[in-house]
Every structure is written in C-alpha cells, then in structure tokens.
Design a protein around this ligand. Structure first.
Ligand code: LLP
Length: 430
C-alpha cells in the first residue's frame, strides 16, 4: 500500500492516526489544517487513543484487585491527566511538581504513589498533606527522612520499599533500572534489613513491596524473574512479622515504534495472577505504573521542512522541530516513524531529518526515503510519551504547543511558549 491509500494507519499502528483522502488525520481532524492554523512544531494527541490504551488495561484487569497508577512522567499535560483521572486512574509521581499537576487535574491523591530516589522534605510534606497512598522508598536514608517528616507533622507515612531484584530487562541501558549497577532501589539481598528498619521507625507504616525494572520492555520474562524474587521476599517478611498488603510491579510495557510486538497488559496480568495463586498470595493487591504504553502511540509531533540540503555524503531535510522538542533520538538513538502529512508523488530520496540546533546529535530521523519539498509538514510518530515532557529551551527555542483531538474537534491544551516567557525572571547586573 502507498501512503496515499485511504484509511491506512500510520506505521506505529495506532488506528486513530490514519490517512483520509491523501491527508494524515488524527481521528476526524486533518493534520495539514491543524499545522496551518496553529503552526509547527506541534504535538497532537488523540483522546480516543488514550481511552483505548486505558481500556486495554481495564479489560485485562476485569474484577481483579489492581490499581493502575499512570507513570505521568511520560506525558504530564493536564488534559492527559484529567482524562486518566476521569477514567479512574491513580498516578505514579516523582516530584512535588508532579503532585501539583495531579491535584490541578482533579486526580485522587489517595491513588497516588510517590517514587524516586531523591525525595526532598518539602515534597514529602506536600504528599503527606495531600494524603498519598504510598511512598516508594529507595534507600535506608530516605526511610529515616520519611519517618522524621511524618512525625514532625504528627502522622505516619505509608511506605513500600523499591527493591532492586537484579534482573536484566533487555532494554536500552539508559532505561534499564533493575540491575545491581543502577542507582535505583534497595538491593534484594539487603531488603529484609531495610524492611526491619522501616518497621521499627515510628513515623512509618509498611504497606507494600515495589519494583520497576525498566522501560520499553518487549519481552515479559524479566517481570517474572523479578516477581519470583519479590514473592520470596514477601514470604520472608511475613515470617518476620511484617505483613504486606500490596505489590507494585512498576511500569515498563513497551510500545510499537517500528516492528516490535510488545506484550499486552492481559498477557502480563494473567500470568502474574497465576503466580500469585500458585504461591498462595492471591490476597495481595497489585499496583502497576504504566507510562509509555498508555500514551506513547496516542501522539505525533508535526514539523515543517524548512530547507532541503543536498550535501556530498547525505541529503538533509532541515525541519523546524529539534532535539529540544524530541530528545529521544539524540539521547537513546531512538527510532520514531516519520510520515509526510500530505504525501507527494515522485521518486523518493534518502534523507536525514535534522533540526536547526547547533549539535550533531540534533537529528530526528535518519536515512528515510521521502519525496519532499520545502514547506511540507511531517509527522513524527509515537510522540505521546517522553517527548514533550523531555523538551527544553536549548538554543532559546520556545517549547511547542500541544493539541488534543476529540473526534472532529481539537483543543489547544498547552499554548506555544513565547520568547517573552523565556526571558521572564532573568536580569542583568547593575
Ligand atoms: N515507574 C517508575 C518508578 C519509573 O521510573 C518509570 C519510568 C515508570 C513507572 C513508567 O515506565 P513506562 O511504563 O513508561 O516504561 N525517557 C525514557 C524512559 C524513561 C523511563 C523512566 N521511568 C524514554 O524516552 O524511553
């Protein structure tokens, strides 16, 4: 099929982004029109795609006791958070700033888990005041701090320990977190001691066991390597008189960027519950913290070709988006599908698609066969997760606007930053 055929979904396969009459649409909205109205670079999300991703979790869960805490670092736009809050999601936060966003979006703080290796006292206080469900503590030093802050407020903090099970998640080294050499969690060998400490501290109430082994997992076996170790630990804790109410398996399910076939939430959950049953631990409540798999393929980044440059070794399409808008290619060598919004006829040329930033790492896609002219709008796929949330102002570039499409309508859910926004707060010396 050529990109011109009607109703063809884009490469990453989310059916809510598809060609209609030769133009890429998000649901019922033509993306060439959106780009003309709102300018580029522009992030476009599909509300129906978010809902469908959520549905794949809720269908998989059925009536089983599972709380999905959306790993909001993947995409923390208030409209996205509000959508998940309405659907009943909890949230996995890693900062006081993320807590503020959850509260601003009307999220339920009693469904919030607070992860991260470096929680500061003010963040812990804000979270206790809000009444979060649980702190996922990552070190003995943090346990002391949690207990002290809670006591100073006359409260007790509910805690899980993030255990590092030393399993290889077979993913990119920068997003693998469950190995001994990673900074995350408490080594499984020291976990029992750390739990004894937690149980002895007056400001703490031990409620759970937590782990997160990595992101963009396309194979579920590492989850089960981790699960057996965590269940062994829960048995030991039980024997030590420390009873555990919930098990948090973190996030990590991958998405399709090219030809990956990621495991479904159902495949994961069915096997987890089989194991809980088999080991006599069916009483445990489960928490999952998916980020990417809820939002990754629900967004594209639109960008306009500024110049075509035919150099000796390569052809470059220089576009108006850059590594400050979408860092994943530069940082992880990540692949994002790329489609012209209105494909043209003609013999394709191989292009590297690059931004205007003064870094050789400023590329978005490499060696793609495209038929292009300056002014064409391109869509970078799978840009719903770890895209806008990792954007920066490098080279004094304003951050892109974000739009949510809902059927035939669209809503600007974040205005484009202005240059005045960027200079605000700076001053020169007298
Ligand atoms: N829970 C914890 C404790 C995490 O650290 C993460 C992600 C998640 C949940 C959500 O994981 P997910 O379901 O999205 O895989 N910037 C990288 C990904 C970093 C992931 C960091 N932690 C990327 O662009 O690929």
């Amino acid at each position: 099929m050529t990109p011109h055929s009607s109703s063809r979904p884009i490469l990453a396969g989310d059916p809510h982004f598809h060609y209609q009459n030769g133009v890429l649409h998000a649901e019922g909205v033509a993306l060439d029109t959106l780009a003309a109205q709102l300018g580029t670079p522009l992030y476009v999300y599909s509300r129906a795609a978010l809902r469908q991703a959520w549905q794949s979790y809720s269908d998989a869960i059925g009536s089983r006791p599972v709380l999905v805490c959306y790993g909001m670092k993947a995409n923390s736009n208030l409209a996205v958070l509000k959508e998940f809050a309405r659907l009943g999601a909890g949230f996995d936060i890693v900062s006081g700033g993320e807590l503020k966003r959850v509260l601003a979006a009307g999220g339920d703080p009693s469904k919030v888990v607070f992860s991260g290796v470096g929680k500061q006292p003010w963040e812990i206080r804000d979270a206790l005041l809000a009444g979060v469900k649980c702190f996922n503590a990552e070190s003995q030093a943090e346990l002391h701090c949690l207990s002290d802050v809670a006591l100073s407020m006359g409260r007790r903090a509910r805690v899980s320990l993030r255990v590092n099970p030393d399993v290889d998640a077979h993913t990119h080294p920068y997003i693998s977190t469950g190995l001994k050499e990673n900074k995350f969690g408490i080594a499984i060998e020291s976990a029992l001691d750390a739990y004894r400490l937690a149980a002895s501290l007056p400001g703490l109430e031990v409620v759970g066991v937590d782990c997160h082994i990595g992101s963009q997992l396309t194979d579920i076996s590492p989850y089960f390597d981790a699960l057996e170790k965590l269940l062994d630990l829960i048995e030991q804790l039980d024997a030590a008189g420390i009873s555990i109410q919930h098990l948090d398996l973190g996030g990590g399910l991958g998405i399709r960027y090219t030809d990956e076939i990621p495991p479904s939430p159902k495949a994961l959950l069915d096997r987890v519950f089989d194991r809980l049953q088999a080991r006599g631990m069916a009483h445990l409540h489960l928490i999952l913290e998916p980020g990417r798999s809820l939002v990754g393929n629900a967004g594209v980044l639109l960008t306009t070709v500024q110049y075509l440059k035919h150099a000796e070794a390569r052809n470059f399409a220089i576009v108006d988006a850059a590594m400050n808008d979408l860092l994943r290619p530069a940082l992880y060598d990540a692949y994002h599908g790329l489609q012209p919004v209105s494909p043209r006829d003609g013999t394709p040329t191989e292009y590297d698609v690059v931004g205007p930033i003064c870094e050789s790492a400023d590329w978005l896609a490499r060696q793609r066969k495209l038929t292009l002219q300056a002014g064409d709008v391109l869509a970078l796929e799978s840009a719903g997760a770890y895209a806008m949330t990792m954007a920066s102002n490098y080279n004094t570039r304003t951050r892109a606007a974000e739009v949510m499409v809902d059927g035939q309508r669209h809503y600007v859910v974040r205005e484009r930053e202005t240059l005045d926004d960027l200079l605000r707060g700076e001053s020169t010396l007298p």
